[in-house]
Design a protein around this ligand. Structure first.
Ligand SMILES: [Zn+2]
Length: 63
């Protein structure tokens, strides 16, 4: 596996790659990460979508 990004703390930014918006934004809700199913791990490695939090923010607005 190639990974040029160094392993670091989870708190390196306000948003994770899988986040669609800040959790406190209107029309956005927190949901389980679809990549790791809320475990924060993918194949034993920290999930890169949610940065290991197991949760992502997704737009829940409709219409
Ligand atoms: Zn994840």
């Amino acid at each position: 596996m190639q990974n040029s990004r160094p392993a670091s703390d989870q708190n390196e930014g306000p948003l994770n790659p899988g986040d669609e918006g800040p959790p406190d934004a209107p029309g956005v809700g927190e949901d389980l990460c679809g990549a790791c199913h809320g475990t924060g791990l993918v194949e034993g490695e920290r999930c890169t979508v949610c940065a290991g939090t197991g949760k992502v923010t997704q737009g829940i607005g409709g219409g």
